[in-house]
Design a protein around this ligand. Structure first.
Ligand SMILES: Cc1cc2nc3c(=O)[nH]c(=O)nc-3n(C[C@H](O)[C@H](O)[C@H](O)COP(=O)(O)O)c2cc1C
Length: 318
């Protein structure tokens, strides 16, 4: 049985948390992860709305296990009622990422909800600690989706663990039992896993996205702002996203200022048509190990059984 002090305190059977992936981690994935003993997180992403959150929460109503909610800071700030609705749902963990103001910590504390945020370097970790965030997610540059691509997972995780006493979850490139074993052995309280869940049966992605994730190699990702700039999203410059490389990224990454209205329109049309020759697919470097579509429960079983075997072998040899 794989467990940590934090996972036991949280009422989890395994120290695995699915990353709250906007558009991918809806109620189906969160419920499947929680039922399998991990912490299922609803990901509200950059297109979050109060209506969408309310619908997802209704779909989780029957769940008899802890779950969490992940919001994007600048979306929650702009969408009236989103934070209040998230807090009213009494999540076991509220993660708000991609901002530096921490305006959401006091209301969460008043509501008795534990807070978490992703950090990409020690300065960000210090800001989160100063703001009173309960749990840090050390998110390395290997990770999929948006994040500060400043430090790799292991150097980031180990320096955050050395410096702070709060629970630290590890994120970025953890797609195998070896990865889970490595971060738990280092002292992480759990693994925060995105890409490895993004192709599973309960993820709300199309068959074309699943196929692209299964065929991608570890070298097929790139961090870029090009899709956010083209779509006009107000993501901060310091937070590019890691995506599968495609023709649009190859052509425009680093040349965003030269994008014309026609290029932007072509991207918007491709996104609407789910044509991923141009439209983005978020994924981390751990995408290279994905080769089958499994249920979230099977992903967790493999991650944890392999990690337990590796950690047990090491313990036995000492
Ligand atoms: C498809 C996808 C969507 C994501 N969307 C969000 C999001 O909406 N909010 C968030 O906090 N993080 C999001 N992330 C980032 C994850 O929280 C996490 O940092 C990352 O998945 C960890 O690395 P890994 O993908 O290598 O496991 C997303 C990641 C992926 C792969």
């Amino acid at each position: 049985m794989l467990t940590t002090d934090w996972s036991a305190r949280m009422g989890l059977r395994v120290p695995i948390v699915n990353a709250p992936m906007g558009g991918v981690a809806g109620a189906a994935l969160a419920a499947a992860v929680s039922r399998a003993g991990g912490l299922g997180m609803l990901g509200m992403g950059s297109s979050a709305s109060l209506t969408k959150l309310t619908t997802e929460l209704r779909d989780l109503a029957e769940l008899d296990a802890p779950f969490g909610i992940g919001l994007v800071d600048w979306v929650a700030a702009a969408e009236p009622g989103l934070l209040d609705a998230a807090l009213a749902a009494r999540p076991a963990l509220l993660s708000v990422g991609f901002g530096d103001e921490f305006w959401w910590v006091a209301p969460a504390r008043e509501a008795g909800v534990r807070t978490a945020t992703q950090v990409g370097d020690l300065a960000a970790a210090q800001r989160a600690i100063d703001a009173g965030v309960d749990v840090l997610i050390a998110r390395g540059a290997e990770g999929g989706g948006h994040g500060a691509p400043r430090v790799g997972t292991l150097p980031l995780l180990t320096s955050v663990l050395d410096r702070y006493r709060v629970p630290v979850l590890a994120a970025g490139g953890i797609s195998s039992g070896r990865g889970v074993a490595a971060v738990l052995a280092a002292g992480a309280s759990a693994a925060w896993v995105g890409t490895a869940f993004s192709a599973c049966l309960e993820a709300s992605v199309s068959p074309a996205v699943r196929q692209a994730l299964l065929t991608a190699r570890d070298t097929d990702t790139v961090t870029t702002r090009v899709f956010d700039v083209a779509a006009g999203y107000p993501w901060p410059e310091t937070l590019p996203e890691r995506v599968l490389r495609n023709a649009f990224a190859d052509k425009w990454d680093g040349r965003e200022a030269a994008l014309s209205d026609a290029d932007r329109d072509a991207l918007a049309a491709a996104v609407a048509a789910e044509d991923h020759r141009l439209a983005p697919i978020n994924a981390g470097q751990g995408v290279g190990v994905l080769d089958t579509v499994e249920s979230a429960a099977d992903v967790i079983e493999t991650l944890c059984a392999d990690a337990a075997r590796l950690l047990g072998r090491w313990a036995g040899e000492r």
